[in-house]
Design a protein. Structure first.
Length: 192
């Protein structure tokens, strides 16, 4: 299991007007006990015989994708802001004769930051499709939708949003990208 070193941080969400909610953490001992080899890495790394590239820590370059502002981490004996979620990583697969497939988890690094970094890591290879969570749901992130869509439009990938993208962003993507927008639901199968 390839993990960014910040993965182990104790974290919580501190949303104004609510009691802070701690996020469950994973135990290294439990992972090792389940048979996983745990590898910590901040830099880009390959998996499966160099067929899948893990981004490692994604540079935040857009200026408007701010991570996850309500997140805090237990550092130095106290709760401190941890908005950048530097352990957010994505997978990159180069699809022969098509371009890059970028697969995100929650996309806390920002979907545009992730896509631009994927291209940088692969000597500006074109994007074929992006798939996963784009983290555009809720009042903090929905104002970013127009800018994100403008920047994604310039990159011209197929767009397959999931979970934390949110319905407003998905609706806007469907209207903007037409056939390049592919709705994603449980049980959907993709052949590349």
């Amino acid at each position: 299991m390839l993990i960014h070193p910040h993965f182990w941080r104790r974290r919580r969400l501190a949303i104004p007007g609510r009691d802070p909610q701690e996020i469950p953490t994973t135990s290294r001992r439990a992972l090792v006990g389940a048979g996983f080899e745990v590898i910590e890495e901040q830099q880009p790394s390959f998996l499966f015989g160099r067929s899948v590239l893990v981004t490692g820590e994604v540079p935040r370059t857009t200026g408007y994708e701010a991570g996850f502002p309500p997140q805090q981490a237990w550092l130095g004996g106290r709760w401190q802001p941890d908005a950048l979620v530097l352990d957010d990583q994505a997978l990159i697969v180069d699809i022969k004769n098509k371009g890059l497939l970028v697969i995100t988890g929650c996309g806390h690094a920002g979907i545009v930051n992730i896509c631009r970094y994927a291209r940088r890591l692969t000597k500006e290879r074109a994007l074929y499709a992006i798939m996963g969570g784009f983290h555009l749901n809720g009042p903090i992130f929905e104002p970013l939708i127009p800018q994100v869509l403008d920047d994604l439009d310039a990159l011209a990938p197929g767009v397959v949003p999931a979970h934390c993208t949110g319905w407003r962003a998905q609706h806007a993507m469907g209207a903007r990208f037409g056939e390049a927008f592919i709705p994603n639901t449980i049980g959907t199968r993709f052949e590349l």
